[in-house]
Design a protein around this ligand. Structure first.
Ligand code: MTE
Length: 755
């Protein structure tokens, strides 16, 4: 079996030896370099835009403004509200106004500085709660600031609240999180003689880029080819934004007839590309003295920034996960996405659920505190499981290893002993320790509102020498997708992984496979690769049976042998024979998502195909004078269905936990009146290996019947429980709770003083 084995990344060597070609390594003869002019106001009318000096600067080939866009000046994501280039009005600080392409990057930068823009400032709105007021400044003139509203109504929360012994209320907030991928955003666009363009870009959703660029250039989709470059991290940040950036380079490429490269600086990337939505959540929970939760009411508000981008879909996921992994009979959730004059937000690992999970899991601890109950015991008591129904009334019928996750994490972390030990610490010591937990569930795939996109294609080609090429429509951005795809192909064809080559996505080779988000790629593309391999295997088997004089053969360990026993032939020998005898050795595999349901009025339904489950337990030490936190350990138990590559799964668990820890206590993007004040990795701090604690990843396997070999997803769930587990551990250590992320040293010291 190749599936289930801890195989090193098939692309590890090219990356660690520096041979991999990232977006900035792409180069063509005669290539120009682009730079973007950006708004210095968060909300203003453009009174004058004078590009004449920039156009005449030596070395400048073109200056593009909104008037020069050949197609529609709207970068399609979910809606068409975001212009590629501002046309008369700017709605956030850093919004693109013009694009310059010149012989060198330095000339392009100089030309940008020569462009004159005169503004008339308009009122602005910079907080989603303010933006919800009737008299708030309207960010987009033609529409209300509230751009999305989802709800869940299950049972009768108001009535059930009246029967509760205790009602606990809480308000929680989270700030931006920046993806901080290792490679900034960038693209090179090449105009072709037939009027088509080829886009080389670091991205996670090539088919979104295809749609965006085609619309901006006024080209049919078939004339826009996207080739993903080796991608140095995405984490959601390369879902929607590459469409905008590739559009900028595309306009200049088509206007000049020359390849144009546009690579963002780190500062530019941090200041203007999409972030995790800031949020405000309000929880009200009715609970009995024995810990049974009878009702929960939640209000969830996301700050979309100036344009819709992915807000509706991000919000949908948060809305559908608001109650967490618990069996609550009476639920009322209202979720709102709200425009502000701030940088547009987008996807980020977890997609709208980490914010609400932080709030809900912090709130769970507050409920446990009020009950005087062990927080893990409260979770166990209300935990979902087989035969129970989620907050959207989805009956869990299979693949639920939640109880095992809680038990394994409890055991590995020595929860009970440590909890007792830390409870007994004196209050006045210099350093206090705490241990905290959080649990999650996560709907794998795009869910009911994204089902038209939830499909995946694969091209598989077996060559005459027995080597195999696999192309899929979902991307590897560092999570190890290529290796897992190679494992599926190797397993189906009974050969070693080293025979398989998996290439970066090329939209000319595979059908639209939807986005690489929602931890869906293992499940979706895995099934598509298996489908393609099986088609070819059947054709190869037919010839093998003729040659070997048998009825059935099996493919294993590089050999094709009669099932009834006896001598077989090598896979590569059979491949050559198939080639000589004109057997079709290529196949297009396809997989479409299993069914989902959703009622818009009530929010109820089987909104996701299946769920991943997890429990994180974190131990911290807090300096009671300075508020400095050291995370000592993280135990993270995850039910992934089946671990196709346990080493990769452990890597995801570790990376996700550290990214979640950074979100909880370090990453603080400061924004004032819509201006990001610390757009640099020297001021915006993310955890490094030195900050990483001892992490114990625990893999729990409860296979999902429709997943490839039972696999579900791990990419995003790995992050999601960590933030609340960290902050709950801090609360346990200091004896006070901070409800706002990030839990900075200042906030901790304030909480200690206010105890
Ligand atoms: N891991 C690395 N190293 N780099 C990334 O960019 N992205 C995350 C996660 N893990 C990411 C990562 C996100 S946002 C998603 S949706 C999943 O990987 C996608 O991977 P999958 O669909 O293969 O699970």
């Amino acid at each position: 079996m190749v599936v289930g084995r801890p195989i090193p990344r098939i692309d590890a060597m090219e990356k660690v030896t520096g041979k991999a070609r990232f977006a900035d390594d792409v180069s063509f003869p005669g290539m120009l370099h682009a730079k973007v002019l950006r708004s210095t106001r968060a909300s203003a009318r453009i009174l004058r835009l004078d590009v004449s000096k920039a156009r005449t600067l030596d070395g400048v080939e073109v200056v593009i403004t909104a008037n020069d866009i050949p197609g529609k000046n709207a970068c399609h994501v979910v809606e068409d509200d975001q212009p590629f280039l501002a046309d008369g009005i700017v709605r956030y600080h850093g919004e693109a106004i013009a694009v310059v392409a010149a012989r060198t990057r330095a000339i392009a930068e100089k030309a940008v500085s020569l462009i004159i823009v005169e503004y008339e400032d308009l009122p602005g709105v910079f907080h989603p709660i303010e933006a919800m007021n009737d008299d708030a400044h309207q960010v987009q003139e033609e529409r209300n600031n509230i751009i999305s509203h989802f709800r869940v109504v299950k049972g009768d929360a108001a009535k059930a609240m009246g029967t509760a012994d205790i009602i606990v209320e809480g308000e929680y907030s989270t700030n931006y999180q920046e993806h901080a991928y290792i490679e900034p955003q960038g693209a090179t666009v090449v105009p072709n003689a037939d009027g088509s363009v080829t886009v080389y870009t670091t991205c996670q959703c090539p088919f979104y880029v295809q749609t965006g660029v085609a619309q901006g250039l006024g080209l049919p989709l078939a004339k826009v080819r996207i080739i993903q470059t080796v991608t140095g991290g995405g984490f959601g940040g390369k879902e929607d934004y590459p469409s905008l950036l590739s559009g900028f380079a595309g306009f200049a490429a088509v206007a000049t007839g020359r390849p144009v490269k546009l690579i963002y600086t780190r500062e530019e990337d941090l200041a203007v590309t999409s972030k995790r939505h800031p949020s405000v959540s309000r929880f009200r929970t009715g609970v009995m003295k024995d810990g049974t939760i009878v009702a929960q009411e939640v209000e969830y508000i996301l700050d979309a920034g100036a344009y819709v981008t992915l807000t509706g879909v991000v919000l949908f996921r948060g809305n559908a996960h608001a109650i967490g992994a618990y069996d609550v009979p009476n639920v009322k959730v209202d979720s709102y996405g709200v425009l502000t004059n701030r940088v547009p937000c987008g996807a980020f690992r977890g997609f709208g659920s980490p914010q609400i999970i932080f709030a809900g899991e912090t709130h769970m601890d507050a409920v446990a505190d009020r009950l005087g109950m062990d927080p893990l015991e409260l979770r166990r008591k209300n935990a979902l499981g087989l035969g129970k129904r989620t907050m959207t009334d989805h009956l869990i019928e299979e693949s639920c290893g939640f109880a095992e996750c809680i038990d394994e994490a409890t055991l590995a972390s020595e929860w009970e002993a440590k909890r007792r030990e830390y409870d007994a610490q004196p209050l006045d010591v210099h350093k206090r320790r705490g241990i905290g937990c959080a649990t999650i569930y996560y709907g794998v795939g795009l869910g009911a509102t994204g089902k038209v996109l939830d499909k995946s294609g694969a091209l598989v080609q077996v060559h005459a020498d027995g080597s195999v090429l696999v192309a899929v429509g979902t991307t590897d951005m560092g999570q190890g997708h290529k290796t897992v795809m190679a494992q599926f192909a190797a397993e189906e064809l009974g050969i070693d992984v080293d025979r398989i080559t998996v290439i970066e996505v090329d939209t000319a080779l595979v059908p639209d496979s939807g986005p690489t988000v929602a931890s869906r790629s293992t499940m979706m593309s895995g099934r598509a690769v298996m489908d393609g391999c099986r088609q070819i295997r059947e054709r190869m088997a037919k010839l093998a049976c003729q040659k070997l004089g048998c009825d059935e053969v099996e493919f294993a360990e590089g050999q094709v042998t009669p099932k009834s026993g006896g001598e077989g032939m090598a896979f590569d020998a059979l491949s050559l024979q198939c080639w000589l005898e004109l057997v079709h050795l290529a196949a297009s595999g396809f997989f479409r998502t299993p069914a989902t349901t959703w009622d818009e009025e009530t929010g109820l339904g089987d909104v996701y195909v299946t769920y991943s489950w997890a429990t994180d337990i974190v131990e911290v030490e807090v300096d009671m004078e300075t508020g400095e936190v050291t995370v000592l350990s993280i135990v993270a138990a995850h039910d992934v269905g089946r671990a196709i590559n346990p080493m990769a799964v452990e890597g995801q668990i570790e990376g996700g936990a550290v990214q979640g820890m950074g979100y909880a206590m370090m990453e603080d993007l400061v924004s004032e009146n819509g201006v990001i004040l610390n757009p640099g990795l020297n001021d915006y701090l993310i955890p490094t290996t030195k900050d990483a604690p001892a992490i114990t990843p625990i893999i729990v396997e409860h296979p999902y019947s429709k997943g490839p070999h039972g696999a579900k997803g791990i990419g995003e769930p790995s992050l999601m429980a960590a933030p609340a587990a960290v902050t709950n551990a801090i609360a346990h250590a200091i004896g006070a709770r901070v409800n706002d992320l990030p839990v900075t040293q200042e906030r901790i010291v304030r909480a200690i003083k206010g105890r």
